[in-house]
Design a protein around this ligand. Structure first.
Ligand code: ADQ
Length: 458
C-alpha cells in the first residue's frame, strides 16, 4: 500500500481532542500507511530569523513536518491572498476582496517554498492529498520539480459561478494550476457544476468523459465528495464529563426557557447579523417567545488581522446589544453573545441543551456544525436544526428546516416553527438526519476521495 502524504495549511496532532474530527480522520488514514503530514507551523518570525526551517515530530507512526513563515510571507500568503482574496471571492463576496498585487506574490512564493521543503521528504510511490485554498498551486510547483506521484486536491470552501471566479485578476493562472492534480474534489453538486462550467468556458478545457477534463496536456478528474463528521467520536465527547456538566448547568439555568444555539467562527460568511435580525423579528412577531426564547451565540475570534472581520464584529455586537436593551428584562436576556472559542469537549453539551440549532450561513462549503448538532441530539426528544439552503450541508440534510438567511421574516417564521414543532415530527426529522450523517460520515468521505484518486491514471 502506498504511503499517504497529507498537505494542509496547518498541521494538527491527530491524537489530541482539540484537533477535531477532520484531523482524527486524516490521522487514521495516515496511521494506516505510516504517513506524513506537512504544513505551516503557525509560528511567524521576523525576516532573517530562521523562516523556512523544517521541523519534524513523530506522532505514533505519523511524521508531522512543519515550516515557520516570515511575517512578510504570512502577510502575503495567508492574510493577504488566501484570506483577503480567495476566501471572499469563493464565498461570492467580490465586494470584500482586496486584490492588492503584492499578495499573490507572497502566495506564489510560499507555495513554491512549501514544494521545495516537501520534495526531499517524498518517496516515488507516495499518494499526496493537498487540502484547501491556501495551496492551490502546490502540485504545479511539485510537478515543475519533476514529481510524478498521484496528487489529489480537496477544496473545503464553495466554488462560485465562473464569472465570479473570472473577477480574480490572475484567475487563469490559479485555475490552470488545478490541472497539475489528478483529482480535484469539492463539497457539493453545486460546486461541481460551477467548476465544470468554469473549466469548459474559461479554461477552454475539453470534456473527455463524465467530470473529466483535458487541457494544458493534462487530464483532470473532478468530483463532489461532501465531507462528514466522525459521529462516534463526537457522540463520545457528548457522553464525556465536561459535556454532561455543560448540559446540566444549562438545563438548570434555563429550566423555564427555550434555548437556541449558534456556534460559529466570527466570519462574514456565517450570516450572523442576519441570524440575529431574524431572532429580533421572532420576538417582534411572536411575542409569546419573550421571557422564554434565549439565543446563546458563540462566535469564535477568527482572522482578526483581516479588515472585514473587525466590521462584522462591531455590527454583531451592536445588534445583540440593541436586542437585549429593547427586549431584555431584569430576569431575562434574549441573547448571550460570547466572543470566544468554547472547548471542543464542552460544545456537545450546548448543542444538546438547545431546542433549536441555528446554522444560517450566507454561503458555506459544508458546515460541520449542522452535522454535529444532529449527532448529539437525544433521539427521544431531539432539537430542531434550522439550516441555510446556502450551506453545502443543505444538499444532504433535507429534513432540516431549510431557510434563506437573507429573508429575515421567513427565517423568523422557521424559527417559530422549530420552537413549537410537535415531538413526533421532531423525532421523525431527526431520525432521518441522523441516518444521513451516519451513512456519509468523515470515514466515508476520506475513503471515497482516496479510492477515486487511486483510480486516476497517474
Ligand atoms: P469552517 O468555516 O471553520 O470550516 P465548519 O464546517 O462549521 O466551518 O467547522 C467548524 C468547526 O469548528 C466545527 O467542528 C465546530 O464545532 C468548531 N467551532 C466553530 N465555532 C466554534 C466556537 N465558537 N467554539 C468552539 N468550536 C467551534 C471550513 C469550511 C466549511 C467546511 C469545513 C470542513 O468553511 O464549509 O464544512 O471547512 O470542510
Amino acid at each position: 500500500m502506498s504511503r499517504l502524504v497529507v498537505v494542509s495549511n496547518r498541521v494538527a496532532d491527530p491524537r489530541k481532542t482539540a484537533a477535531g474530527g477532520l484531523a482524527v480522520a486524516l490521522g487514521e488514514a495516515l496511521a494506516e500507511t505510516g504517513g506524513l503530514w506537512f504544513g505551516s507551523s503557525g509560528t511567524v518570525l521576523d525576516r532573517g530569523q530562521g523562516e523556512g526551517k523544517l521541523h519534524t515530530q513523530r506522532a505514533g507512526n505519523v511524521t508531522l513536518a512543519t515550516v515557520d513563515l516570515s511575517q512578510e510571507d504570512h502577510d502575503g500568503y495567508y492574510r493577504g491572498y488566501a484570506n483577503g482574496v480567495l476566501w471572499p471571492v469563493f464565498h461570492y463576496r467580490l465586494d470584500l476582496a482586496d486584490f492588492d498585487a503584492g499578495h499573490i506574490e507572497g502566495y506564489r512564493r510560499v507555495n513554491r517554498m512549501f514544494a521545495h521543503r516537501l520534495r526531499p521528504l517524498l518517496q516515488p510511490d507516495d499518494v499526496i492529498w493537498v487540502h484547501d485554498y491556501h495551496l492551490i498551486p502546490l502540485a504545479a510547483e511539485l510537478r515543475a520539480m519533476g514529481c510524478q506521484q498521484r496528487i489529489g486536491f480537496f477544496l473545503h470552501i464553495p466554488v462560485p459561478p465562473p464569472l465570479i471566479l473570472a473577477a480574480i485578476p490572475a484567475h487563469e493562472w490559479l485555475m490552470r494550476a488545478l490541472f497539475a492534480y489528478d483529482l480535484v474534489g469539492v463539497q457539493s453538486q453545486a460546486d461541481l457544476t460551477h467548476l465544470s462550467r468554469y473549466l469548459l468556458s474559461e479554461a477552454n478545457a475539453e470534456a473527455v468523459g463524465e467530470n473529466s477534463f483535458g487541457a494544458f496536456n493534462r487530464q483532470l478528474r473532478a468530483g463532489a465528495f461532501p465531507i462528514g463528521i466522525d459521529v462516534d467520536e463526537f457522540t463520545a465527547l457528548a457522553d464525556g464529563e465536561e459535556s454532561r456538566t455543560m448540559l446540566a448547568t444549562l438545563r438548570e439555568q434555563y429550566a423555564k426557557r427555550q434555548l437556541l444555539a449558534g456556534v460559529d467562527r466570527l466570519d462574514y460568511s456565517k450570516g450572523l447579523p442576519q441570524r440575529v435580525r431574524a431572532f429580533r423579528t421572532l420576538l417582534e412577531r411572536y411575542p409569546e417567545n419573550r421571557h422564554s426564547a434565549t439565543l446563546i451565540q458563540v462566535a469564535a475570534p477568527s482572522r482578526e488581522d483581516v479588515h472585514a472581520y473587525g466590521d462584522i464584529r462591531r455590527e454583531l455586537e451592536g445588534l445583540c446589544g440593541a436586542i437585549n436593551g429593547d427586549f431584555g428584562d431584569i430576569d431575562w436576556m434574549p441573547i448571550r453573545y460570547i466572543h470566544r472559542t468554547v472547548a471542543r469537549k464542552r460544545v456537545p453539551g450546548l448543542y444538546r441543551a438547545a431546542r433549536v440549532g441555528l446554522v444560517t450561513p450566507l454561503r458555506d462549503g459544508m458546515n460541520l456544525v449542522a452535522k454535529e448538532f444532529v449527532a448529539v441530539q437525544n433521539p427521544d426528544d431531539p432539537g430542531v436544526l434550522v439550516l441555510s439552503r446556502f450551506a453545502g450541508a443543505a444538499e444532504q440534510l433535507r429534513d432540516a428546516l431549510l431557510v434563506n438567511p437573507y429573508d429575515t421574516q421567513a427565517t423568523a417564521d422557521a424559527i417559530q416553527r422549530a420552537l413549537h414543532m410537535p415531538l413526533q415530527e421532531r423525532q421523525m426529522r431527526h431520525a432521518r438526519l441522523l441516518e444521513e450523517i451516519r451513512r456519509h460520515d468523515v470515514h466515508w468521505w476520506r475513503r471515497g476521495f482516496l479510492a477515486a484518486l487511486m483510480e486516476t491514471g497517474a
